[in-house]
Design a protein around this ligand. Structure first.
Ligand code: AMP
Ligand code: MG
Length: 648
C-alpha cells in the first residue's frame, strides 16, 4: 500500500480475525516501543517510568556516622566496663553535631560527644548511648563513666552501608513513586532519564451523546465512554487528551480525527461501529495515513466491531460504542500496547482461580469475556457473572475481573474452575455479600454500615435464593408471592435459610399525573374501565416478578394492548409511562414518586431477606442485621416511601 493512505478495500472489513491474529497484525504494523526519552527534574518525575538503570554516584551514608546521641569511643577501652565498675573516659574538647566535621582524634581513654548523624571522628570505632553514661568532673577535666561494654562498630552506620557507590539503585522501567524519589535524592540525583507520557486523543462519536454535567434531552444518553477511556488511558501510563463528542457527520468526524492524529501520539475513538454508521468511522480512519486499518472485526464477545489501524506510525483505534464492549477490548487489546508506548513493563497479569456458580453459555467461534465479581464460597472463590449485556456500565464497575470462555467452547458448565484476570491489583473479597433483588431501600441500610465492604449482586429474587442455597452469599433479598398461600417469601425458603423481615413496598397503578382515566379513582375500578380501551396502552412485567402475579390477578385473563411489553424492573415501567410509551402499569410507590407519576395503591409487597443461617455470626452479617433494626434506618426507609416490616 502506498504512503498516500489509500482507504483499505471493503473486503478487509469483512474478515473477522481471531483475537491473536488481530493483536499480531496490530503489533507488526505499529512495532510498539517507548515513544520519547526525556529528562525530568525529580519533582516532575513522579509516576513516570525510568528510561535507564540508575546507579548511585556516591555512598549513602557518605561517611561513617553515629546512629544515636552519645559518645564516640574506642571499644577496646570498654571491654571491662560494667554496672559495678564503670570505665572512665576523658572528653575531647569538641562536640560533633550533625553537619560538623570532627577535628580531634579519639585517643585511648578518650571520648567525643556526638549527635545522631554526626561523623565518627578518627580513632573511634563505636558509639555508646548517652543513657549508659554519667557525667563526671575530674581534675583532668570533664569525663564520663560508662556502665557497659561496647563492641566495635556499635551504633555506627558505615559509609555505603545503605547504598554503595556504583550500586544499581533502580532499574529501567521502574515507575517513580515517593520511595524512588527518596532513594534518588539520598544520592544527590536531581534529574532523571524518563519516558515521557504518550499523549492519547480520546473521542466519542454519536449524535445521541451528551457530556456529563449537561441536561439530557429526549433519546439522548450520557457519554460514558469518553471519561472511562480517558481514565483507563491514564492508568496505562499515558496522558489522555479529551477531544469530546463528535457528531455522526463525516466531515466533522474527519476534521476531528485529523486534528487528533496530528496533535497526539495515538487516537482512541469509540462508537460509530455498528453497521451503517460503521462505514463512516472506518472510512475516516482509513484515510488518515498508511498502512491504515489492519484489523476490523475481531472474534471477541463483546467487542466484535473493534477496529485497529496504524496511520503514519500512530495507533488509531475504534472501540465499540457499548461501554462494556469498549472496556473489554481496551483492557485486553489496547492497554498493553499503550503501556509499551509509555515505557511501562507488561502488566503482571494478576489472576486467581475461581469456580463459576452457574452455567455460562457462550457463542462458538468467538473468545467470550465475562465480567465477574468474586465472592468467597464454600471451599474457594466463586466468580459471579455481572453481565447485563454489553450496553451496561455497571457490568464493568461491579466486576473484580473477567474470565474468558475460549472460542471453541459453547459453554462453561456450572462448577467449572477458571482463571479470573483481575482488574484491580488485589482481590477485594467483600465482608458482606448480598445477592438477589435490588431495591433502593437496601441502600438506606447499607449506608449505615461504615467500614463494612458490601457487595450487592443483582440477580433477581430467584437467582438470589439459588446463590443462598449454594452458600455463595450471606443474604438474598427476595419479594416472591406464593399464589396458592397468598403469602410472601416464607414458602420459598430452603433448609439452612431463615427469613429476616425487611420492609413493605406499596405497589399500585402508575400513570401520568392528570390523566383523568386514573386520577382520583380506585385502582381496581380504573383498570377494569381501561382494559378494553384500545387507546389506553399498558406496560406489563416479566414472568416471575411478584408484581406480574398481582397484575395478572388484576386483569383476570384480559390481555390489553401493551401487556406483552414486559420490562424487568419498576423503574422501566415508570420510565415507559413517564415518556408516553405507555399510559399505565404497575410499580412501587417510591419509584412512581421519583418519576413524578400519579399512583393508585393496590397491595403491599414484602421485601425480605433469606439469610444463610450458618453465616449469621459473621461480622458483616451481624452489622447488617443490626442496621436493619436501627430506628435511624427505619426513618430513612420511611422517608424513601417504604414501610419497615413489624418485627417478630
Ligand atoms: P455505535 O457503535 O455508535 O452504533 O454505538 C453502539 C451503542 O453504544 C449505541 O447504543 C450507542 O448509543 C452506545 N454508545 C456509543 N458511544 C457511547 C458513549 N460514548 N457512551 C455511552 N454509550 C455509547
Ligand atoms: Mg453511534
Amino acid at each position: 500500500m502506498s504512503s498516500s493512505g489509500r482507504a483499505p478495500t471493503q473486503e478487509q472489513f469483512l474478515t473477522v480475525l481471531s483475537r491473536e491474529d488481530a493483536a499480531r497484525r496490530f503489533a507488526e504494523a505499529l512495532r510498539p516501543a517507548p515513544l520519547r526519552r526525556t529528562e525530568a527534574a525529580l519533582a516532575d518525575a513522579l509516576g513516570l517510568p525510568l528510561a535507564a538503570d540508575m546507579r548511585a554516584p556516591v555512598d549513602a551514608p557518605p561517611f561513617d556516622r553515629s546512629g544515636v546521641d552519645g559518645f564516640a569511643v574506642r571499644a577496646a577501652d570498654l571491654t571491662e566496663a560494667s554496672e559495678g565498675s564503670p570505665a572512665r573516659l576523658l572528653l575531647n574538647d569538641e562536640t560533633i553535631a550533625c553537619g560538623v566535621a570532627p577535628t580531634i582524634a579519639v585517643g585511648p581513654g578518650r571520648a567525643t560527644p556526638i549527635a545522631t548523624g554526626g561523623p565518627i571522628p578518627r580513632g573511634a570505632d563505636a558509639v555508646v548511648m548517652i543513657e549508659h553514661t554519667r557525667p563526671l568532673d575530674t581534675p583532668d577535666g570533664p569525663a564520663i563513666a560508662v556502665r557497659r561494654a561496647a563492641n566495635p562498630g556499635q551504633f555506627v552506620a558505615f559509609a555505603g552501608s545503605d547504598i554503595a557507590r556504583g550500586e544499581t539503585l533502580l532499574r529501567a522501567g521502574t515507575v517513580i513513586g515517593a520511595r524512588e524519589i527518596g532513594m534518588l535524592a539520598a544520592v544527590g540525583i536531581a534529574r532523571v532519564p524518563v519516558f515521557a507520557k504518550p499523549r492519547v486523543a480520546v473521542l466519542s462519536t454519536g449524535d445521541e451523546l451528551v457530556a456529563p454535567g449537561e441536561a439530557l434531552g429526549p433519546a439522548r444518553i450520557y457519554d460514558a465512554n469518553g471519561p472511562v477511556i480517558a481514565a483507563a488511558i491514564a492508568e496505562a501510563g499515558c496522558e489522555p487528551v479529551p477531544y469530546g463528542i463528535v457528531p455522526d457527520d463525516p466531515a466533522a468526524l474527519e476534521t476531528a480525527l485529523r486534528r487528533a492524529h496530528a496533535e497526539c501520539d495515538a487516537v482512541v475513538l469509540s462508537g460509530g461501529t455498528s453497521k451503517g454508521a460503521g462505514d463512516l468511522t472506518y472510512r475516516g480512519v482509513g484515510r488518515l495515513g498508511a498502512p491504515g486499518i489492519v484489523a476490523h472485526g475481531v472474534a471477541l464477545k463483546p467487542g466484535k466491531p473493534l477496529c485497529l489501524a496504524v496511520c503514519d506510525g500512530k495507533a488509531v483505534v475504534v472501540l465499540p460504542g457499548f461501554p462494556t464492549s469498549a472496556m473489554f477490548t481496551f483492557h485486553d487489546m489496547i492497554a498493553p500496547v499503550l503501556r509499551t508506548l509509555a515505557g511501562l513493563p507488561a502488566r503482571a497479569e494478576a489472576s486467581v482461580r475461581a469456580r463459576v456458580p452457574v452455567r455460562i453459555a457462550s457463542e462458538m467461534g468467538r473468545t467470550e469475556y465475562v465480567m465477574s465479581a468474586l465472592v468467597e464460597g464454600e471451599g474457594g472463590l466463586v466468580a459471579y457473572p455481572t453481565g447485563k449485556g454489553s450496553g451496561s456500565v455497571t457490568t464493568f464497575a461491579q466486576a473484580d475481573g473477567f474470565l474468558a470462555v475460549e472460542a471453541l467452547a459453547d459453554a462453561l458448565p456450572a462448577g467449572a474452575e477458571v482463571d479470573v484476570r483481575l482488574l484491580t491489583p488485589q482481590v477485594r473479597v467483600p465482608d458482606l455479600v448480598i445477592a438477589g433483588s435490588h431495591c433502593t431501600g437496601l441502600d438506606a441500610v447499607l449506608a449505615r454500615l461504615p467500614g463494612v465492604s458490601a457487595r450487592v449482586i443483582a440477580v433477581g429474587s430467584l437467582g438470589g435464593l439459588a446463590a443462598a442455597k449454594r452458600g455463595e452469599c450471606d443474604l438474598a433479598p427476595i419479594h416472591l408471592l406464593d399464589p396458592k398461600s397468598e403469602t410472601y417469601n416464607a414458602p420459598f425458603l430452603a433448609e439452612g435459610l431463615e427469613l429476616v423481615s425487611g420492609w413493605r413496598r406499596m405497589q399500585g397503578v402508575v400513570f401520568r399525573a392528570g390523566d383523568t382515566r386514573f386520577a382520583g379513582r380506585d385502582a381496581r375500578e380504573a383498570v377494569a374501565a381501561v382494559k378494553g380501551d384500545l387507546s389506553c396502552l399498558m406496560v406489563g412485567r416479566n414472568q416471575g416478578a411478584g408484581t406480574r402475579i398481582l397484575l395478572d390477578g388484576l386483569l383476570a385473563g384480559a390481555r390489553p394492548d401493551g401487556y406483552w411489553n414486559q420490562p424487568r424492573s419498576h423503574n422501566a415501567v415508570a420510565a415507559a409511562v413517564a415518556q408516553g410509551r405507555a399510559d399505565w402499569g404497575l410499580a412501587i410507590a417510591p419509584v412512581a414518586e421519583a418519576y413524578g407519576l400519579g399512583f393508585l395503591p393496590l397491595a403491599q409487597e414484602h421485601y425480605d431477606f433469606a439469610l444463610v443461617a450458618a453465616r449469621r455470626e459473621r461480622p458483616g452479617v451481624a452489622a447488617f442485621l443490626a442496621a436493619l433494626e436501627a430506628p435511624e434506618t427505619h426513618a430513612a426507609l420511611r422517608a424513601l416511601g417504604f414501610t419497615p416490616a413489624p418485627r417478630s
